[in-house]
Design a protein around this ligand. Structure first.
Ligand code: SAH
Length: 354
């Protein structure tokens, strides 16, 4: 048994089976043994790779998209430039480099990063130290001001709960202990008020997921944007409404059993963008748009061609592969999607429509 398996097993022995959300929180964020707290999981040597680690073009285009939204809202002379779960800080580094020549943008920006992992905060400080970022544990700590925000692969890391529909009510997935092994089981059926809207599109046996921290975060973003102006670009895998078990564990770029080695594998779930959009009201939201379509509209192909002029051999091949990986429907282009939030009366951020 690993140290974290023992900690979870002891808790279950004391209080009974725990929810999937409690399990995920401990696996990902336990102060000594949590997945994010103890390592930098990104890149070829880690467990997974993300769009900003694949190519600089991703952060550049997202930065310019936010800068255009800022200009469309009258270029407020003081605003919060925020990122949720900035990983290694690569996305923000590319965004800041690309926007350096947008008149007034950097002078007006105050950089805020919401990051739970001390290891990744250190990586972010290496790349973004020159911009004096201010770190926060949670979004509610952001100051009240116009908010221009990016979240790439942040919401998929937040803890979910799973419910299987019964003839009457819902049975929740609970993690228990069987012969010293962590195993998921189902609670007795009970009504769940938060799932009233899923009674029409589900039948007994169907599984649905909820993510209270995701809705809470979207509500904070939406309230700030509605009150002070701003825009949020949320990019992740998922769909307008998710159905079925989407919990996924990745270790060394391979899928693995989410309950086999807690704290050793990345745990994620698909994002339910409908829940985010609803929680963010009164802010407006755009249509959910495939990442490939969004990046093409922002001009990734001319940008890729401009960068290609200075490359040759293996680095040119890598660059062409990266462009394809970010945009092609068979790679990240369709699985990943973008939702933007913006205030009433302002246009949606470039590349997105209502
Ligand atoms: N956006 C980056 C990293 C994605 S990985 C990229 O695209 O490369 C998820 C990120 O969210 C990591 O930085 C992780 O430490 C952070 N994170 C996960 N759960 C969090 C939480 N509850 N609060 C704050 N940060 C969290």
């Amino acid at each position: 048994m690993t140290a974290l398996t023992q900690i979870i097993a002891r808790q279950i022995a004391k209080t009974g089976p725990i929810t999937l959300a409690e399990y995920m929180t401990t696996c990902l964020l336990h102060p000594q043994h949590g997945y994010y707290t103890t390592r930098d999981p990104l890149g070829a040597a880690g467990d997974f790779t993300t769009a900003p680690e694949i190519s600089q073009m991703f952060g550049e285009l997202l930065g310019l998209c936010l800068a255009q939204a800022w200009m469309d809202q009258g270029a407020p002379d003081h605003f919060i430039l925020a990122e949720l779960g900035p990983g290694r800080g690569s996305l923000m580094q590319d965004a800041l480099r690309a926007t350096a020549r947008v008149p007034g943008f950097h002078a007006a920006a105050e950089l805020h990063l919401v990051e739970a992992s001390p290891t990744l905060r250190a990586e972010q400080a290496k790349r973004l130290g020159g911009h004096t970022p201010i770190w926060h544990d949670q979004i509610s700590d952001l100051p009240e001001a116009p908010l221009f925000l990016i979240a790439n692969e942040f919401f998929d890391a937040l803890p979910i709960r799973q419910f299987t529909r019964a003839e009457e009510g819902w049975r929740e997935t609970m993690i228990g202990l069987q012969d010293d092994t962590l195993r998921p089981g189902l609670s007795d059926a009970a009504p769940v008020a938060a799932l009233a809207h899923r009674l029409n599109d589900t039948k007994p046996g169907d599984l649905v997921e909820t993510c209270a921290p995701a809705s809470g975060t979207a509500a904070q973003i939406g309230a700030r944007i509605a009150a002070h102006g701003g825009a949020a670009l949320i990019i992740d895998y998922g769909d307008w409404r998710t159905l079925g078990d989407t919990l996924q564990a990745l270790q060394d770029h391979q899928p693995t059993d989410p309950f086999a080695a807690p704290g050793q594998a990345d745990l994620t779930a698909h994002v339910d963008f409908e829940a985010l959009a609803q929680a963010a009201a009164p802010a407006c939201h755009t249509k959910l748009t495939p990442q490939g379509v969004f990046l093409e509209r922002l001009g990734i192909t001319p940008r890729a061609q401009a960068l290609a002029r200075n490359l040759q051999g293996a680095s040119l091949e890598d660059h062409i592969a990266a462009h394809r990986r970010l945009t092609h429907p068979a790679e990240m282009g369709s699985l990943f999607k973008t939702l933007a939030l913006f205030p009433k009366g302002a246009p949606p951020p470039p590349g997105l429509e209502t």
